[in-house]
Write a protein that binds this ligand. Sequence first.
Ligand code: FES
Length: 95
Amino acid sequence: MDKKRYQAEVVLLVCTRKDGICGKKGTRLRARLNEAAEAQGLKKQIRVLPTGCLDACGCGPAVLDSASQTLYVDVGKDDAADIVRKTARRHGLKP
Ligand code: FES
């Protein structure tokens, strides 16, 4: 096994499970989180990745900042910038 250092400082996981409520909403949310990270100059520090169920079914779409064990649920379309801002503050990230 090889290992290498991951480039991003923080990873946000977005549930995009296709057969749950998160599917399409999660995919759109992931795009909005990426746009917000870019707009805030944090694209290199924050990586937004799709994932499967985060055990928040019925409250989706859901986003997990696993490094801080923060789970955002019922995320609306206007929440992406706020999540990126809070994530940066929590982890001390600078643009
Ligand atoms: S299907 Fe998205 S949290 Fe379970």
